[in-house]
Design a protein around this ligand. Structure first.
Ligand SMILES: [Zn+2]
Length: 220
């Protein structure tokens, strides 16, 4: 480039007159701008470094999203596995309860079904919430059986067994003066139980803690 001797304007190397003040530049030597070349080189290096950095960050976020996808798909697989016989999607409300919770819910529903009032299960649940597990002669049974539990309060016992997306209930059906020996059968879907007892989860968990403690306090 040519720096105008008159006004200092930086003109192109092939300029004959100053672009600013029209002064002749014939005898003005061409100045190579080392400074600006250096700046250009520095900018080039910085751009390359930024490009490398962005590339590395891209690799890392790809890796972590791959990892997330892998985790998600493996949990999807285990969901599918745990509800193999379920036709419902993995986001159904019934997914948030344990089998033991469903077993107690099924018993509560049976309590309502076998009585005239729908408050019967509430009463039963409150009795279980207030149960004293340390009282040895409370005669409460909450004992593991294949795929479920047996519940009892002395005379009758009821068996609650989870099978996929539903709970099978076997109980003593009382007709007239007869006491059945597990002759009553009902099946409740997890979905209907979840809908009916969703808001009583806290009480159900308290009742289960009492039932387990009560059962553990006895020596079988
Ligand atoms: Zn000039």
């Amino acid at each position: 480039m040519k720096i105008c001797p008159k006004c200092g304007y930086k003109n192109k190397a092939d300029a004959n007159f100053c672009g600013n003040c029209q002064a002749p530049l014939n005898n003005v030597p061409i100045t190579s701008n080392h400074h600006s070349k250096l700046i250009m080189i520095l900018i080039g290096i910085i751009v390359i470094l930024i490009a490398i950095l962005l590339f590395m960050m891209g690799m890392r976020s790809n890796n972590s999203s791959n990892h997330q996808q892998a985790t998600q798909s493996s949990s999807r697989i285990s969901n599918n596995h745990s509800s193999a016989s379920s036709q419902s999607s993995s986001q159904a409300p019934q997914e948030k309860f344990s089998d033991e919770e469903y077993e107690l819910m099924a018993f509560l529903k049976l309590t309502d079904d076998n009585s005239d009032s729908n408050d019967q299960s509430n009463e039963m649940l409150q009795n279980l919430v207030n149960l004293d597990p340390n009282e040895k002669d409370n005669a409460v049974v909450w004992h593991p059986i294949t795929n479920g539990r047996r519940i009892g309060f002395g005379a009758h016992t009821t068996e609650l067994q989870v099978d996929g997306d539903h709970v099978n209930v076997t109980y003593d059906e009382i007709e007239g003066d007869h006491m059945g020996e597990g002759n009553g059968h009902k099946t409740y879907s997890k979905a209907e139980l979840a809908r009916e007892f969703e808001l009583q989860k806290d009480d159900i968990d308290k009742a289960l803690a009492n039932l387990e403690a009560s059962d553990n306090a006895k020596n079988y």
